[in-house]
Structure formats: structure tokens, C-alpha cells
Design a protein around this ligand. Structure first.
Ligand code: NAP
Length: 283
């Protein structure tokens, strides 16, 4: 496994396992299978409703905690956001059954972002979250957060796949030492990604699947990726991307697939802001 070093010196695997949309009652098995397949980075969130199941799989794995990299995420908090974010973090730790997480992300760029970030800075200083970062921040909001706070986010986890490649976002993140992490690396299969002829052609040249080509392309861009699968064969396939390389022409062919627009939702769309902002988690 290849690793990246975050802006505070923390080492992070460049490829991990995401558990969004895995039902809570299937998550323990899926995470156990992922750990058995060799994944060491796990990406969950309070909003996914499966932190406890992730924690159970970690607990029964027998893998030393120091070999794992666990990410969870803070959902939008009611006022007072700082105190509530602290409580939410502690609830996540309890659900996971851990005494620290490796990365704590602000899940959405909404609400009292500054209050939430101050609480995250505190848990980072106390060593309870080895690194802190954000998700779904467009460059303007990310730069504002960087310029007006003490700790620069270590990571920004954003929708990134062959149809929405985010080169300008990545350039800004590079400039400020923020690691680009992809969510939805396969676009959840939208736009017929898994049968795309360009990606399939590159796969044929290497004896690899479209999924492997996409993950390899992300890795070569220095982007941390967290494919989700509940299928052990696909889990094994998705982590097997370190024995081949896309050449310059193949990287350019994938670059040409970029449409520059989201396949999911635009976090700057007022309807999305209203829809996501009204959601609150229990507990
Ligand atoms: P994704 O990884 O792009 O796609 C997952 C889909 O691809 C599933 O339907 C899966 O089906 C299928 N798949 C996986 N491997 C495959 C393979 N080798 N061949 C064919 N199909 C394959 O989608 P995602 O789960 O949305 O994104 C990944 C992770 O990013 C999430 O799990 C979550 O941790 C994170 N995320 C974060 C945010 C955020 O707001 N921060 C938003 C979305 C996601 P099977 O399971 O049936 O294999």
C-alpha cells in the first residue's frame, strides 16, 4: 500500500474502504471482509448510521489499532455549535469504541462552520483526532476557512471521478497543503462508468478492470480514494491497483472524459443548502 503524508505529518493510506450506503446490519461483515482483503483505511460518518458496526469489525479483527486509519465525520450541529460538535465527536468515538480517530472531517460546509471547526481544532490538539479536515468544500469556502483559522484542514474529501475531475480544486489544495480525497470515485456507477469504452480500452491494455483503471488514475493524481463495495471479489479487485501504471497518453485520455460538473449535487445550489441544512441526526 502506498501512503501519503498529511500537512501535520500523519501518514494515511492512499486507498481505503468507504461504507456509505452499507446498511448498519451489513456493515460489520463488509468491514471485516475489507480488513481481511488488506484495507487499513476505513471511512465512515455519523450520518451513515454504521459507526458502531465499523467499531465492532475493528474490535474483532485483531489488527493493532496503530495499523488502522479510521475516519469519521461531523454532521451539521445546532447552536451552540462548538459545544454540540464536541459532544457529537465524543458520541462518534463511543460508537466506534475507540479512544481516537485518525481523521475527523466536517461533513458539510454548512451551519456554524467556524464554531464546528474550533471544536475540531480542540480535539486535534488533544490528540483525540490525529488530523482534521473537511468535505464538500469548494475552493472559495476552503480558502476562507484556511485563511481565518489556526489549523489548515489536512484533507478535503470531495466528489471526484472521471466525469468530474476537479483539477482547479486540486491545484488550490496543493498550494495550501490540503490533501485531495475522492468520494464517489466510481461515480457510484453513474453515466455508465463501468462500461465506458475509453476506460475499458485502457483496462484491456493492462489486463485490469474499469474499476482498477479509475482507482489507479486517482492514485497517480495523488488523490486518496475510498471505494465502497459489499462484494469481496470487488474489494480484492479494488485494492489491487499497485502493480500497473497508466502512461501519459492514457492519463490524457481519462482527462478528456471530464465534464466539469457534478453527477450528484452542487453544494453551492441554494436548494441543496436548504435540503442538507434541515437534516439533523439523533443522538
Ligand atoms: P463509489 O465508491 O463511487 O461506488 C460504489 C458503487 O460501485 C457500489 O454500487 C458498488 O457496488 C460498485 N462497485 C464497487 N467496486 C466495483 C467494481 N470493482 N466493479 C463494479 N462495481 C463496483 O461510491 P460511494 O460509496 O458513494 O463513494 C465511496 C465512499 O466515499 C463512500 O462509501 C463514503 O465513505 C465516501 N463518501 C463521502 C461523501 C461525503 O459527502 N463526504 C459522499 C459520498 C461518499 P457493490 O457494493 O455491489 O460492489
Amino acid at each position: 500500500m502506498q501512503h501519503v503524508t498529511l500537512n501535520n505529518g500523519v501518514r494515511m493510506p492512499i486507498l481505503g474502504f468507504g461504507v456509505y450506503q452499507i446498511p448498519a446490519d451489513r456493515t460489520e461483515q463488509a468491514v471485516s471482509e475489507a480488513l481481511a482483503a488488506g484495507y487499513r483505511l476505513l471511512d465512515t460518518a455519523a450520518a451513515y448510521g454504521n459507526e458502531e458496526a465499523v467499531g465492532r469489525a475493528i474490535g474483532s479483527s485483531g489488527i493493532p489499532r496503530r495499523e488502522l486509519f479510521v475516519t469519521t465525520k461531523l454532521w451539521i450541529q445546532d447552536a451552540p455549535a462548538e459545544a454540540n460538535a464536541r459532544r457529537a465527536f465524543e458520541t462518534s468515538l463511543t460508537r466506534l469504541g475507540l479512544d481516537h480517530v485518525d481523521l475527523y472531517l466536517m461533513h458539510q460546509p454548512y451551519g456554524d462552520v467556524y464554531g464546528q471547526w474550533r471544536a475540531m481544532e480542540a480535539v486535534n490538539r488533544e490528540g483525540l483526532a490525529k488530523a482534521i479536515g473537511v468535505a464538500n468544500f469548494y475552493p472559495d469556502r476552503l480558502l476562507d476557512l484556511i485563511l481565518n483559522n489556526e489549523i489548515t484542514p489536512a484533507v478535503n474529501q470531495i466528489e471526484t471521478h472521471p466525469f468530474f475531475q476537479r483539477p482547479a480544486d486540486q491545484a488550490l489544495m496543493r498550494e495550501h497543503g490540503v490533501r485531495h480525497q475522492a468520494w464517489g470515485g466510481f461515480a457510484e456507477g453513474r453515466n455508465e462508468l463501468f462500461t465506458n469504452p475509453v476506460l475499458a480500452g485502457i483496462g484491456e491494455a493492462h489486463g485490469k478492470s474499469v474499476a482498477q483503471v479509475v482507482l489507479r488514475w486517482l492514485v497517480q493524481r495523488g488523490i486518496v480514494t475510498i471505494p465502497k463495495s459489499v462484494n469481496p471479489d470487488r474489494m480484492a479487485q479494488n485494492i489491487d491497483v499497485f502493480d500497473f501504471e497508466l502512461d501519459h497518453d492514457q492519463m490524457s485520455a481519462v482527462a478528456a472524459l471530464d465534464t466539469g460538473t457534478t453527477l450528484f449535487f452542487d453544494h453551492r445550489d441554494p436548494e441543496m443548502v436548504a435540503w442538507l441544512s434541515q437534516r439533523r441526526l439523533d443522538g
